[in-house]
Design a protein around this ligand. Structure first.
Ligand code: GRF
Length: 185
């Protein structure tokens, strides 16, 4: 069974959703968090998942910070890295080390609306194009081969909050599907 690490920085709803699926043939054995106060830490405690909190501010250089992450991944023999709201840019060296084994979820129809405020950007753009993309991670941000992508339908006239909820609902469907598809490769 493949050993999976999830990386998260915030609330962790995608993390919880993934680990609660009972038809994913993977062992979620590690959560990597870069913020001491991230809500996702509590979620992992309830689920008894080994969690390492590695605050970026504790290290002068990004390479030192990433080396601590790599050590944790190697200790746990991780095969696949799942980024779920990890709000930190990983170096080219790190990404290349795990290329083909690291995936991300982004709340837009990439290549539209890259970056940390994708739903808001799409909303302000007024074109009513919302969606979710799961893709392999490459050194360029929010790029890389698309594994699955789907449009959010029925968003006409909704508020930003309502659209955001719909986008998240689609994330909870798409991320497990996409992960399963790469596990079966
Ligand atoms: C999600 O919208 C995901 O697409 C983006 O960050 C958000 C994480 O939410 N990359 P959560 O922490 O899983 O609740």
């Amino acid at each position: 069974m493949k050993r999976v690490a999830v990386f998260a920085s915030g609330t962790g709803t995608n993390f919880t959703n993934l680990i609660e699926q009972n038809d994913i043939n993977a062992d979620f054995c590690l959560l990597v968090v870069d913020k001491e106060d991230a809500k996702v830490i509590e979620r992992a405690k309830h689920k008894n998942i080994n969690t390492v909190v590695i605050p970026r501010k504790n290290y002068d250089k990004r390479s030192e910070f990433e080396q601590v992450i790599i050590n944790s991944l190697e200790n746990e023999n991780i095969d696949i890295i799942v980024l779920a709201g990890f709000m930190r840019i990983l170096s080219k060296e790190f990404v290349q080390k795990y290329e083909g084994r690291i995936i991300n979820i982004h709340p837009s129809l990439l290549p539209l609306y890259k970056g940390a405020t994708a739903i808001e950007d799409a909303f302000l753009d007024g074109k009513n194009i919302f969606g979710v993309t799961v893709h392999y991670v490459i050194p360029d941000i929010d790029s890389g081969e698309i594994i699955m992508q789907e449009k959010v339908l029925g968003t006409e006239g909704l508020t930003l909050l309502e659209v955001t909820e719909k986008v998240h609902e689609l994330e909870y469907k798409l991320y497990p599907m996409a992960l399963k598809s790469i596990l079966n490769k």
